[in-house]
Design a protein around this ligand. Structure first.
Ligand SMILES: O=C(O)[C@H](O)COP(=O)(O)O
Length: 322
């Protein structure tokens, strides 16, 4: 019998309080997440029903706690067609430029020997392209596969029937909560022309202050309410289970998450800038996040000295490729 735990919240998905389960547990209890016009209904179901997130993950898929340590990689998407034109983009769904594609591939090379078990992206194509392109460079050679849970049909029709193939795959969860801040009436306007019209100071406040929203848009604070809540409720539990996570998202949704990880004040976050396509590494250990900078490349010694686990992972990859 299905137990229904329904939360009509925007910007946060809650697990039942007694559940420490991964989104991808090996047990029969799992938590399908259903999107309903910005609302979530979470149901705990039993194995007798159609597994929702079992498309890719089988009971033997190793999403279980092996360690109290996990890697977290954050990547802002590569340059988009509107970054190139210097337009406010926000939630408008534009693809990458050729330069953005190259940046995503370069980011992939830089993280190619850092473990990734699970990928979260926004629902916008520029972040999804970035994650996919970056993973083409990963030395694990696993295939990132987007999990579609918008309907029962989508779940059933994308089911993978080979245990071996599923083991060679990495689940990708697309979540609107990780989208760029909604830039309101600035979306589509040229940033320079907007500064000429409203003044540099005003535009800087709209873009970088924590509390001030752009006209009819989201402030960074409002963006943080959904992005950080999603991170806490859905991503951090995976890290706590020892799953290594890659997040491909946006300048402002990532600024709000970094503010949370680095415990920045609302003043400090105003000077945080993220370049397109630049991966940032954190280690989650003993319930704390340690910022480890941006890996320069797969041959960089420094990154692998951070933790024994990273060094072991890399050694295994090296051995398997020799
Ligand atoms: O949405 C946008 O225009 C950019 O991706 C982020 O813009 P910002 O640097 O002006 O906040």
């Amino acid at each position: 019998m299905a137990t229904v735990v329904s939360h009509q919240l925007i910007g946060s998905i809650h697990r039942p309080s007694n559940s420490k389960a991964s989104l991808f547990p090996k047990e029969s209890l799992y938590l399908p997440i259903k999107f309903r016009q910005n609302r979530f209904k979470i149901e705990a179901t039993t194995a007798s029903q159609t597994p929702v997130l079992d498309t890719l993950l089988s009971p033997s898929t190793p999403y279980k706690k092996k360690t109290n340590e996990a890697s977290l990689i954050l990547i802002r998407h590569g340059e988009s067609l509107w970054n190139e034109k210097n337009l406010f983009t926000g939630c408008v769904d534009v693809p990458l430029t050729e330069k953005g594609v190259a940046e995503a591939i370069q980011a992939g090379k830089r993280i190619s020997t850092i473990p990734v078990d699970l990928i979260f992206t926004s629902s916008l194509i520029r972040a999804q392209m970035t994650a996919m392109l970056a993973m083409t460079q990963h030395r694990c050679k696993k295939v990132p596969i987007i999990l579609h849970d918008e309907s029962e049909k989508a779940q059933t029709w994308s089911h993978v029937f080979s245990e071996e193939t599923r083991k060679q795959s990495i689940p990708v969860i697309a979540a609107w909560q990780l989208n760029e801040r909604m830039y309101g009436e600035l979306q589509g306007l040229n940033k320079e022309e907007t500064a000429e019209r409203y003044g540099t100071q005003q535009v800087h406040e709209w873009r970088r202050s924590y509390h001030i929203p752009p006209p009819k848009g989201e402030s960074l604070e409002m963006c943080a309410e959904r992005a950080v809540a999603y991170f806490e409720d859905n991503i951090q539990p995976e890290l706590a289970l020892g799953n290594n996570v890659l997040i491909a998202a946006h300048g402002n949704s990532l600024r709000s998450i970094i503010m949370y990880l680095d415990k920045l004040t609302s003043q400090e976050v105003t000077s945080l800038e993220l370049s397109t396509g630049l991966p940032l590494l954190y280690i989650f250990k003993d319930r704390k996040f340690m910022r480890r900078g941006s890996p320069v490349g797969p041959t960089e010694a420094g990154v692998y000295a951070y933790t024994k686990r990273l060094a072991q992972y890399r050694q295994k990859l090296d051995e398997s490729l020799n």
